[in-house]
Design a protein around this ligand. Structure first.
Ligand SMILES: Nc1ncnc2c1ncn2[C@@H]1O[C@H](COP(=O)(O)OP(=O)(O)O)[C@@H](O)[C@H]1O
Ligand SMILES: [Mg+2]
Length: 457
């Protein structure tokens, strides 16, 4: 691997597993499962907050304690967080574990350690994760023309994420709106874990551990919403306490539906199927059912073994190769179904019909997304919006509207909702940084010869 000649003390790339118990290396070290040579060309000897604007990408970020920046590395954008070596390695390992068990979390890329400034003084390590495309911090969602039920929808998404994490034995320890990212998912949202610093994985969580997470989530959410409120960003109808309580209610409802034991009499076996259908509706897949007969043999206790969320999205992925959010998948599958019916192909293999639907309907539609909007809206979300728009248009004009017609009209009338203007982003970023504790605040770039070199590039 070729190294940037400026980084004379960059000595190694490790493709490593267990770094948790290591002591911090003395020379610049990039620990990564997928090392990207371009990483070496970044100005690691500067505190992250001083990296030049040419390197960083302005995308909305949530409130953080540490300095976080988005940086373009080759053809994608990474999120860099300046943090102690111990915390960086710990969070890196945790995110790797979460990736293996397939829960929605940001993807770990590397830990950069052994950093020094040009005076040879040590700098903190940096955790590198992949910037989650199309994701938004909650604060950015409240900056736009907001619907009254947005807060509720975010909470519902967070409740699903928390249940999924708990089912896998992940104790979070720091649940809050600032520590998740949201993705648009049809007319809802889905939530992704971003800050795993305080988390721990167990084979099973106790009720006490789960309740602690829920309680902290509730407290944090209420506080975060009150902050929005005092900044006049929350619709006045929204009651912070009620929204906080909603998290606990939704969580418990979902947890009980997924893990509860049902008891049926032997002539009620059809109810088992009903239970499985209900779980599928909630978006969860059932792997097997644990059934035990009571001693007298009159009743059967049933407990589903829930594999994970993603019932519809797994099905769509199998059929089309599209990897999308659960609610988007549901809408796309409905459209595929409608296509199959309207083309009189009910008797044909769904896989074959799906290939034609992709070619004739889905792809031509998403190809129309104007280039300047491609960074703001996911193709599947765009497709969902067009379906929705076509339905509304058809209702108004009293007859079916074609997809191309609906697409053009949607772009013209509504797509702008997805754009975030640069000024709004800047104010979100300023706010995001307001709570940062930066150890290098007194650092003066004029005294650092490297700073001038980087700034001139
Ligand atoms: N991989 C990522 N993709 C998108 N946004 C990210 C990513 N990593 C961090 N962020 C943004 O940076 C913010 C702060 O990150 P976080 O890990 O919570 O820092 P801290 O530990 O200081 O709280 C997040 O709220 C999120 O908006
Ligand atoms: Mg955080």
């Amino acid at each position: 691997m070729e190294q940037d000649p400026r980084l004379t003390n960059a000595t190694s790339v490790k493709s490593g597993d267990d770094v948790a118990e290591q002591t911090e290396p003395r020379a610049l070290t990039i620990t990564s499962a997928t090392a990207n040579p371009r990483m070496f060309t970044l100005p690691w000897s500067l505190p992250l907050a001083r990296w030049s604007e040419d390197l960083t990408v302005n995308l909305p970020r949530g409130i953080s304690r540490h300095v976080v920046r988005f940086v373009r590395v080759g053809d994608h954008v990474d999120a860099l967080k300046e943090i102690s070596f111990r915390s960086a390695t710990r969070e890196y390992e945790m995110l790797r574990s979460l990736e293996k068990i397939d829960v929605p979390s940001v993807k770990p890329i590397a830990v950069v350690s052994g950093r020094k400034n040009s005076n040879g003084e040590p700098l903190e390590a940096i955790l590198v994760t992949e910037q989650l495309k199309f994701s938004l911090p909650y604060r950015a969602l409240f900056a736009r023309n907001l619907r009254v039920d947005t807060a509720d929808k975010l909470i519902d998404a967070l409740a699903v994420l928390l249940v999924r994490l708990h089912l896998q034995g992940f104790y979070w320890g720091d649940v809050s709106l600032s520590n998740v990212l949201f993705l648009r998912d049809a007319d809802n949202f889905s939530a992704v874990l971003v800050d795993a610093e305080t988390g721990a994985l167990y084979s099973n969580l106790t009720d006490g551990q789960r309740e602690y997470d829920i309680d902290l989530a509730r407290t944090n959410i209420i506080g975060e919403l009150m902050d929005l409120h005092s900044g006049n960003l929350l619709p006045s109808e929204v009651d912070e306490i009620e929204v906080g309580n909603r998290l606990a209610d939704r969580y418990h409802e979902l947890w009980d539906a997924l893990t509860g034991m049902d008891s049926f009499s032997t002539d009620e076996m059809w109810k088992i199927e009903q239970r499985v259908n209900r779980l599928n509706e909630l978006g969860f897949d059932v792997d097997e059912l644990e059934m035990t007969a009571t001693e007298d043999g009159n009743r059967i206790n049933v407990r589903p073994r829930v594999v994970d969320a993603g019932y519809a999205s797994n099905k769509l992925l199998r059929l089309t190769g599209l990897d999308v959010q659960e609610n988007q998948a549901r809408r796309l599958l409905n459209d595929l179904d409608a296509y199959r019916t309207s083309t009189w192909r009910q008797g044909e293999e769904l896989e074959v019909v799906a290939t034609d639907w992709m070619r004739e309907i889905f792809e031509p539609t998403v190809r129309r997304i104007p280039t300047e909007y491609r960074q703001f809206i996911e193709p599947a979300q765009f497709f969902y919006e067009v379906l929705q728009h076509r339905w509304e248009m058809s209702g108004k004009v009293g007859h079916d509207v074609s997809m191309p017609e609906a697409t053009d009209d949607y772009i013209e009338e509504k797509l702008a909702e997805y754009e975030i203007d640069p000024e709004a982003i800047q104010s979100i970023l300023d706010e995001a940084d307001s709570g940062v504790m930066d150890d290098y605040d007194d650092y003066n770039p004029d005294e650092d010869p490297d700073a001038a070199v980087w700034a001139s590039e």
